[in-house]
Design a protein around this ligand. Structure first.
Ligand code: GLA
Length: 378
């Protein structure tokens, strides 16, 4: 008996650690409505996204969460319960539909009185909203600061986010908690202890190479804050939205995978081209993102616009990205000593699904303008 009393707290800690690790043990994958649909999104668009993911190979590749972003909210009823607007209607039925496809569903709110687009926020309704999301069957919440700046000081962010985390936890439903406050107050230092499974590290992405690459390549140095259950989030994917070249979207997917970033497609999946779908569903590249070791990659070499990034994987190998941010094709070299390798290794091209052979001290590939080559070095 005395033995049990001594061990119980340890046991409880282990059990809760186990549960925490199950949620977002690898970076969340799915889709989010914002980058393409913004405030025009409807329940039909969300159903269509779920239909597409379930049938186009994305579900098999690991995409799971179908996330509604801003602009679903209607008014609160007389008891203060949040209701969906006329573009959404029955949220429980929508969640059931997404679940019927073997997928999970996400929702969006703000700790402030209003969301970024001016819809109803969760201010002073945190517990009630968390209960409502759980009752509807939601599995993921993105919680976006915006108007909270009018009612809270920046120093209150950790407690404000923790409040919603605790409200979600009290529902008993596992709900992934996504912090969105654009990296303010160095969120990576406190996002995990506020209960976040992921936290945005930057302001919004847009569908152009300059913005995407400025955000992506600036993630270097944040790697020590990421790991299973708690990830840096450099924002959602723009692949398929039409304003980057094929090579630029390959860079986007390669970099996000090396960063162990959440992979949330942000395009109209009912109209995705075969080429964009192939980028989104390359299983060898996704395996880098989803690797169970959960290490965020970092820059290991840089020469002008040419960069080499590496990410250690659970099987002892390395994923490597050769990037060319310049205006014309260029050779980019991985020196094996740069990733601590001092012997001959096998190199595989992950985009081409091709073994390239054994190399002794370095590997060089010609990388197109704004393009990337992804390797596995073993
Ligand atoms: C902010 C967020 C975006 C999106 C919009 C919605 O800008 O950073 O990701 O959620 O709000 O209004």
């Amino acid at each position: 008996m005395s033995k049990f009393v001594l061990c119980a707290p340890l046991l409880l800690a282990l059990v809760s650690l186990g549960q925490g690790q199950k949620l977002a043990a690898t970076p969340p994958m799915g889709w989010n409505s914002w980058n393409h649909f913004a405030c025009k999104v409807t329940a039909a668009d969300v159903r269509a996204a779920a239909d597409a993911i379930a049938s186009n190979g994305m579900k098999d590749a690991g995409y799971t969460y179908v996330n509604i972003d801003d602009c679903w909210q209607g008014k609160r009823d007389a008891q203060g319960n949040i209701q969906a607007n006329e573009r959404f209607g029955d949220m429980k039925a929508l969640a059931e539909y997404v679940h019927s496809k073997g997928l999970k569903i996400g929702i969006y709110s703000s700790p402030g009185p209003k969301t970024c687009a001016g819809y109803e926020g969760s201010y002073q309704h945190e517990k009630q909203d968390a209960k409502q999301y759980a009752a509807w069957g939601f599995d993921y919440l993105k919680y976006d600061w915006c108007s909270a700046e009018k009612v809270y000081k920046p120093s209150q962010m950790p407690e404000v986010y923790k409040k919603m985390h605790d409200a979600l936890a009290a529902t008993g439903r596992p709900i992934v908690f996504s912090l969105c406050q654009y990296g303010l107050t160095r969120v990576w230092r406190w996002g995990g202890s506020a209960g976040g499974n992921l936290w945005r590290t930057t302001d919004d992405i847009s569908d152009n190479y300059d913005r995407m690459s400025v955000i992506g390549f600036a993630q270097n140095g944040l790697e020590r804050f990421a790991g299973p259950g708690h990830w840096n989030d450099p924002d959602m994917l723009e692949i398929g939205n039409g304003h980057m070249s094929h090579d630029e979207y390959v860079t986007h997917m390669s970099l996000w995978s090396l960063l162990a970033a959440p992979l949330l497609a942000g395009n109209d999946l009912s109209k995705v081209s075969p080429a964009d779908l192939a980028i989104l569903t390359n299983k060898e590249v996704i395996a880098v993102d989803q690797d169970s070791k959960g290490v965020q990659g970092r820059r290991v070499a840089e020469e002008g616009p040419l960069e080499v990034w590496a990410k250690p994987l659970a099987d002892g190998s390395y994923a490597v990205g050769l990037f060319n941010r310049g205006q014309s094709a260029n050779p980019v070299t991985l020196q094996f000593t740069g990733i601590g390798i001092h012997r001959a290794v096998k190199v595989r091209d992950l985009w081409a699904h091709r073994d390239l052979g054994s190399f002794t001290s370095s590997y060089t590939a010609t990388v197109p303008r704004h393009g990337a080559v992804m390797l596995k070095v073993k």
